[in-house]
Write a protein that binds this ligand. Structure first.
Ligand code: SAM
Length: 238
């Protein structure tokens, strides 16, 4: 899939292709339902949403980003790929804009996000080109790297269908931190289903499920997946 890129929108990293693979492989609702819908938080260039649309023909996507440049680029990429009829893209800040706007478009089968997840103190360790050309708010996840992730965890139960899934990309420290967050917020009825490693062997992806019956779901287990070698050529963000 060829996407146009325009600075300062983040250039998709190879790990994010693994996130798409995980959603396609492990989101049963998307494969089996005829009216499946996905909310992507922080669509950037549209890489995740558009890859999902191409791989799952019956799915519809709502893609949001707080950046106007990202929204415009995702719309353009959707048009270029002829996928504009199955995606609705608009500017929305998940941390400050009203959740009702998203609820009106749901409930969703899955919420997917590669949010900004770099710890602020690690931002200075990024490659100079990344710091110069890419939007810092696409990368900087705040002191614990979880500012946007926590917003998603708070809102996901309000946005998902029963037994809806959440797929997140994060820093290798985040799965443990998300487990702790879930223990502190049992009211959300989100359960950790699995933690998946990236092609470098780092814990990278977090799969959660909502709803009462999620409480009986298998507790987290670690799985490792491998990317084809051609996708390993780009360095991971961290
Ligand atoms: C790491 S980039 C991911 C971009 C794209 N999904 C990808 O994987 O290549 C994170 C994206 O989240 C967006 N973002 C940051 N904070 C946000 C917020 N509060 N609400 C919505 N989007 C946000 C950024 O503008 C950026 O496009």
């Amino acid at each position: 899939m060829t996407l146009e890129m325009r600075p300062p929108v983040l250039i998709p990293r190879p790990e994010t292709e693994e996130l798409v693979g995980l959603v396609v492989a492990d989101c049963e609702a998307l494969r089996h339902s005829t009216d499946a819908s996905v909310l992507e938080v922080g669509c950037g260039s549209g890489a995740v949403s558009l890859a999902l649309l191409r791989r799952i023909p019956q799915v519809h996507v709502i893609a949001i980003d707080k950046s106007e440049a990202a929204v415009s680029l995702t719309r353009d990429n959707a048009e270029r790929l002829g996928l504009q009829h199955r995606i609705h893209v608009f500017q929305h800040d998940i941390l400050t804009d009203p959740v009702e706007r998203l609820q009106d478009l749901g409930p969703f089968s899955a919420v997917v996000s590669n949010p900004p997840y770099i710890f602020t103190e690690d931002m200075t360790r990024l490659e100079p080109e990344v710091l110069r050309y890419e939007d810092h708010s696409a990368l900087d996840g705040g002191l614990d790297g979880m500012a946007v992730m926590k917003g998603i965890l708070h809102l996901a139960p309000l946005l998902l269908k029963a037994r809806g899934d959440v797929f997140l990309e994060g820093d290798p420290r985040h799965p443990e931190m998300v487990k702790n967050w879930l223990e502190d917020h049992p009211e959300g009825l989100l359960r950790l289903l699995q933690i998946v490693k990236d092609f470098c062997g780092k814990t990278r992806f977090i799969h959660l499920r909502s709803g009462r019956d999620a409480a009986n779901a298998t507790t987290s287990h670690m799985t490792g997946r491998r990317l084809p070698p051609y996708l390993s050529s780009m360095p991971p963000v961290l």
